[in-house]
Design a protein around this ligand. Structure first.
Ligand code: PMP
Length: 418
């Protein structure tokens, strides 16, 4: 896949694979001037080592941001890290011994699967419905894990515009989930990088806003400002927080002080709330182009989700088609996507694909869906010619996925498709 994606990044290919935020609209020239002034005026601090927990001023800023989603956090509760990716890494390092169980949605974020695999966690997938993680499936999965004499160390969930499915948990489901976690003493890891990227402009209250100590929250500046600053944060209860700070110090001494100063400069100097509204308008136009293109170009039997924010549409191919086998033909036809199995720890998902609409222009996205539609129609025509539909195709739906999975993520994904 890595070598295919090297080809997919060529300009003639419409990449619906990448998960990179579109930061064209950031006020780069003015930010450059502000950065020069920052170095001139505060360089001795900004270019120095800092606190392992992160600087107080940026932890205060994260609380202001989280308040938009109803989270009432104290700056003391926050640990800064190198993107939420490093947050996931240090949390996994603290909680997981080899063989420990982590519950995750099915499908789930490929980067989290890589991190969990690096610490040899056993992933137990829990299916989703249109309202988020299925409570009945979660109940069943936890019971199965416990019946095996194991403890689920935590549930990893992305409640908003989930990567890769685009599904958002309803408020009712959020309440049910938090109630369940309290009752079962199940720790939840809430990963929320997309929460403010709502197409209707109204962010949903975070799970953490339901005031439970069972919830550790992960936030990120990557989608509301810049992924290049590599700055995210964790909100955790005191006992966990101290271990996280020690782990962070062991890993990097401290998160980048310069990035913290730069982010603070941006948030102090520019109208970041209006910038998020602008980002959302820009992503809405791209989401609409994706939906229009899919509606126009996809053959019968193809279905897809309708995200209300974030970057991703999750599509299911007609019966018998395999997204992984089809990828080389798609790239030859100059369109790329991420095949479904990347988002499962156990190799399932071959009938699915993630289509992202965050980066190319709306026109390119529409053209990408046309090329993809042609590839899928050609696959269907080939199957019909050879009578393959009559044969058993061995396709297994995620509902039939076994609860335990083996690591398939040793190498990890290329960063630009995350
Ligand atoms: N979690 C999810 C669900 C993501 O989609 C991403 C980025 N694609 C991340 C975490 C990582 O973000 P960061 O840049 O903060 O490390």
């Amino acid at each position: 896949m890595r070598s295919l994606f090297a080809v997919a990044n060529r300009p003639e290919v419409v990449s619906l694979a990448g998960g990179m935020p579109n930061i064209e609209d950031l006020p780069r020239a003015a930010l450059g001037e502000a950065a020069a002034k920052l170095i001139a005026d505060h360089g001795t601090q900004a270019l120095q080592y800092g606190s392992g927990q992160g600087e107080a001023f940026i932890r205060e800023l994260t609380c202001e941001i989280m308040a938009l989603e109803g989270v009432n956090a104290n700056p003391d509760d926050v640990v800064m890290c190198a993107g939420s990716t490093q947050g996931l890494d240090i949390l996994t390092r603290v909680f997981i011994d080899p063989g420990d169980v982590i519950l995750t949605e099915a499908p789930t974020y490929v980067g989290a699967l890589s991190t969990f695999a690096a610490y040899q966690a056993q992933i137990v997938h829990v299916e989703m419905d249109g309202d988020g993680i299925s409570m009945a499936a979660l109940d069943q999965a936890l019971a199965t894990v416990r019946a095996q004499g194991k403890t689920a160390k935590f549930l990893y969930t992305i409640p908003n515009f989930q990567n890769p499915s685009g599904i958002t948990q309803t408020m009712e489901r959020r309440r049910e989930l938090v109630e369940f976690a309290e009752k079962e003493h199940l720790l939840i890891l809430e990963d929320n990088p997309y929460g403010l990227l709502t197409i209707d402009g109204t962010p949903k209250p975070a799970l953490r806003s339901l005031e439970s100590d069972q919830i550790i929250y992960l936030g990120s500046f990557s989608k509301i400002f810049s992924p290049g600053v590599r700055l995210g944060w964790i909100v955790a209860p005191p006992a966990v927080r101290e271990k996280l700070v020690l782990t962070q110090e062991a890993a990097t001494l401290c998160p980048s002080v310069f990035s913290q100063f730069l982010v603070k400069t941006y948030f102090d100097t520019f109208d970041w709330r209006s910038q998020i509204v602008e980002f959302n308008d820009m992503y809405r136009a791209r989401r609409d182009a994706m939906e229009d293109g899919l509606a126009k170009h996809m053959p019968e039997g193809m279905t897809w989700t309708h995200p209300a924010g974030g970057f991703f549409v999750w599509a299911q191919l007609p019966q018998g088609l395999d997204s992984q086998a089809m990828l080389p033909r798609a790239v030859t036809a100059k369109v790329a996507y991420v095949p479904g199995p990347a988002f499962y720890a156990d190799g399932f998902g071959s009938r699915y694909m993630r289509l992202s609409y965050c980066f190319p222009t709306p026109e390119r996205i529409f053209e990408g869906t046309r090329r993809l539609g042609d590839v899928i129609k050609a696959e269907l025509a080939m199957r019909a010619t050879f009578g393959l539909d009559a044969l058993e195709d061995g396709q297994t739906s995620p509902e039939q996925a076994p609860l335990t999975g083996k690591d398939q993520h040793g190498q990890g994904p290329a960063p630009d498709i995350l």
